[in-house]
Design a protein around this ligand. Structure first.
Ligand code: ADP
Ligand code: MG
Length: 258
């Protein structure tokens, strides 16, 4: 049965998509695990990073499956699943924002993604969910379907400060829809060694959460290689530069007990 991990933070631009992609690729490569990577953001940046130039032209996406679930139709997961050599993918597109609106009035609205994943979770070791930058119904669905959540945080003051909101949402989900949910940890991304703000954020996070929430030892350095790798549709974790090595270390750390 798959370990389902949501990569979440309501703040945009903190490295959720980059982390989801490289964690999926890293787990598949380092561990030989069977991995499914799901784009759960209407902005579909993961889908684009995986090589689809026009996500809105994709016939079946995670939005299609959510739509089927909400409308009590048979869910045909297979048609949205794309099998790649390294790992499987379910893409997304803008229709997922319509689903977000539909969920507001749907019955069992928190459990729709969970229902979809029930059908396929036996096939994988890991299912990674790249969440959208909001704390709305889509993220609640992701957190309700997951066993754990990884929180990427940039080495910027406001990014670290915004964590409390997300942690509150996680507490709510734990109370209401998913008692089993745990926080896997906080991942510091876009870290620039030797800058005061990076050091400050590092210290702020460990002072605030040390002993309560795992802060991954691995920090992802800020480097232009990350953007370049997306241009070439190749996860940076396959390369031997600093960011690639860091993501490989991170994938290994995710497999270790805290
Ligand atoms: P999110 O999904 O949280 O919005 P992304 O993963 O899309 O964040 O990252 C936001 C932007 O920052 C993207 O342009 C991405 O290429 C860039 N980025 C992500 N990680 C790094 C990094 N370690 N170094 C430099 N740029 C990065
Ligand atoms: Mg993203």
């Amino acid at each position: 049965m798959a370990k389902i991990i949501a990569v979440a933070n309501q703040k945009g631009g903190v490295g959720k998509t980059t982390t989801s992609l490289n964690l999926a690729a890293g787990l598949a490569k380092e561990n030989g695990s069977k991995v499914l990577l799901i784009d759960f953001d209407p902005q579909a940046s993961l889908t684009v990073a995986l090589g689809w130039d026009n996500p809105d032209e994709i016939e079946a996406t995670i939005a299609t499956l959510m739509y089927e679930s909400i409308n009590e139709k048979d869910i045909d997961v297979e048609k949205a699943l794309v099998h790649k050599e390294e790992f499987d993918i379910i893409p997304s597109n803008i229709l997922l924002s319509t689903v977000d609106t539909m969920l507001v009035t749907a019955v069992s609205r928190e459990y729709r993604l969970k229902e979809i994943l029930e059908e396929i979770k036996d096939r994988y070791d890991y299912i990674i969910l790249d969440c959208s930058p909001s704390l709305g119904m889509l993220t609640v669905n992701a957190l309700t379907a997951s066993g754990s959540v990884i929180i990427p945080v940039t080495a910027e003051y406001l990014s670290a400060k915004g964590l409390e909101l997300l942690l509150n949402s996680i507490v709510q989900v734990k109370k209401r829809t998913n008692k089993e949910l745990i926080i896997d940890g906080i991942l510091i991304t876009m870290y620039s060694e030797n800058t005061n703000v990076s050091k400050y954020v590092d210290k702020l996070l460990s002072d605030t959460y040390s002993g309560k929430i795992r802060i991954y030892k691995t920090k992802i350095p800020r480097t232009t290689k990350v953007g370049e790798s997306i241009l070439y549709n190749k996860p940076v974790v396959y390369e031997t530069n600093k960011a690639g090595t860091a993501y490989a270390d991170f994938a290994r750390e995710v497999c270790e007990e805290w």
